[in-house]
Design a protein around this ligand. Structure first.
Ligand SMILES: C[S@@+](CC[C@H](N)C(=O)[O-])C[C@H]1O[C@@H](n2cnc3c(N)ncnc32)[C@H](O)[C@@H]1O
Length: 276
């Protein structure tokens, strides 16, 4: 079971802006010179980082004319990528207040504050009018949301007719129990991992048509192998990295995720759906 308070407590750091600012300084940059590319190391909180975002979001055919919704946007890393890469206007929403407050400041650092609006709130009841967005996406968020049916109908409501909706989530692909902690949950109590079939049913019941599906297991294992080699070659963690978000248990969370993926219990899966 997961609930909103447990989920936002899990992700709240307490001193996140200061920690990221220190990382920027250690990179030899300032808040004026840091780039969207530099920040990707800490603000793309999903398997495969910026590369995964490029591969996934490239399927949504985004343009400068689009208003795009980033559901569970975290620090807004993918929002900044979409705004800078495709020129789209982006709105992000996330449950964790500290991520939204920090993310807004990071948008200002890279001069994207006018193109991106970040809101604190739940994906299950979004403060947006029906049919507001031309496209939407969600990366590594559904693992914290038990009510997939409610989530999919709320996303359907805020998208325009014909809009695409992409999900890149960690999904259950085997029957065995997961080893915890993992990056999205300390125990099974706050994990709501579901199978691709459960996601597809929820999307179809909401009115979406599934247009593409891709299991990214091999990509994920290659990504973790590269990360392992880089970490072994370095004397310590990089100035900016996901260890800042995951805190003291970062190493064990990542190890458990690799083990869960290697053992065939979970895999990162992309689903692309379209509103009729
Ligand atoms: C692993 S992070 C991924 C963040 C971001 N999508 C990314 O890829 O960098 C999961 C995020 O989902 C958010 N989240 C979980 N449940 C949510 C909900 N019901 N509504 C909005 N955001 C939620 C969390 O606050 C957290 O920021």
């Amino acid at each position: 079971m997961s609930d909103h308070r447990n989920v936002s407590e899990h992700y709240t750091h307490g001193e996140l802006l200061g920690a990221i600012h220190a990382g920027v300084t250690a990179l030899g940059k300032t808040t004026d010179s840091v780039t969207v590319h530099d920040l990707a190391a800490v603000d793309e909180f999903h398997i495969g980082g910026r590369q995964a975002s490029e591969d996934f979001l490239g399927q949504l055919n985004l343009t400068t004319a689009d208003h795009v919704l980033d559901i569970g946007c975290g620090l807004g890393g993918a929002s900044r990528f979409v705004a800078s890469q495709y020129g789209s206007r982006v709105t992000g929403i996330d449950l964790t207040a500290e991520y939204i407050e920090t993310g807004k400041i990071m948008c200002a650092w890279v001069a994207l504050g006018d193109q991106i609006a970040l809101h604190q709130g739940s994906a299950l009841s979004m403060p947006f009018e029906d049919g507001t967005f031309d496209s939407g996406f969600m990366m590594h968020v559904g693992m914290n949301i038990e009510d997939k049916a409610g989530l999919c109908s709320e996303v359907y409501r805020v998208l325009q007719a014909g809009a695409s909706f992409g999900t890149y989530d960690v999904m259950q692909v085997g029957d065995d129990e997961l080893t915890y902690p993992v990056p999205w949950a300390t125990t099974s109590e706050t994990s709501a991992v579901a199978s691709p079939e459960q996601y597809k049913h929820a999307l179809q019941d909401a009115g979406f048509t599934i247009v593409a599906e891709r299991n990214r297991r091999d990509f994920a294992l290659a990504f973790f192998e590269q990360l392992r080699a880089k970490t072994a070659a370095a004397s310590g963690p990089p100035p900016l990295g996901l260890h800042i978000l995951m805190g003291a248990s970062a190493v064990v969370k990542v190890q458990n995720m690799i083990e869960n993926i290697s053992a065939g219990r979970i895999a990162p899966v992309e689903l692309i759906a379209r509103k009729a």
